[in-house]
Design a protein around this ligand. Structure first.
Ligand SMILES: [Zn+2]
Length: 127
């Protein structure tokens, strides 16, 4: 074991000449196995090419490929929507990070004021 943590790859189907999603041949089997997004076996990792090839013949996997093909146009729109969400999340995270930095500076300043006060307490000038 090399000590490097590996995660399974996600299977990526290919497009044929007509633009239909089809199963692609896997030349180099990934060390950590392969996951499929078709949903027939959630979070299952296929550990061998033999098991993978059997999976690709399953009805649910074939239906998933058909669904990808039938919804091709929507994939672009979905991608655009996800990119918009990511951009807005990045903006939100940046704003929160900036606010957090400002609050850390305020806390540091107040902590320093308290420390100075403890070193030099003001005496009661009236007594
Ligand atoms: Zn599948």
């Amino acid at each position: 074991m090399d000590g490097v943590a590996t995660t399974p790859d996600y299977y990526e189907p290919s497009l044929d000449a007509k633009g239909n999603y089809v199963d692609s041949s896997i030349c180099l089997w990934p060390d950590a196995g392969l996951k499929c997004a078709c949903g027939s076996r959630k979070d299952f990792v296929y550990g061998s090419k033999t098991k993978w090839n059997a999976h690709t013949k399953a009805h649910k996997h074939k239906a998933w490929l058909g669904g990808l093909t039938n919804n091709k146009a929507n994939h672009y729109i979905q991608l655009q929507k996800k990119e918009d969400i990511i951009r807005s999340q990045i903006t939100l995270l940046t704003q929160r990070e900036n606010k957090l930095s400002q609050q850390e500076l305020i806390i540091e300043s107040l902590t320093n004021q308290i420390a100075r006060y403890k070193l030099c307490p003001t005496s009661d000038l009236l007594s």
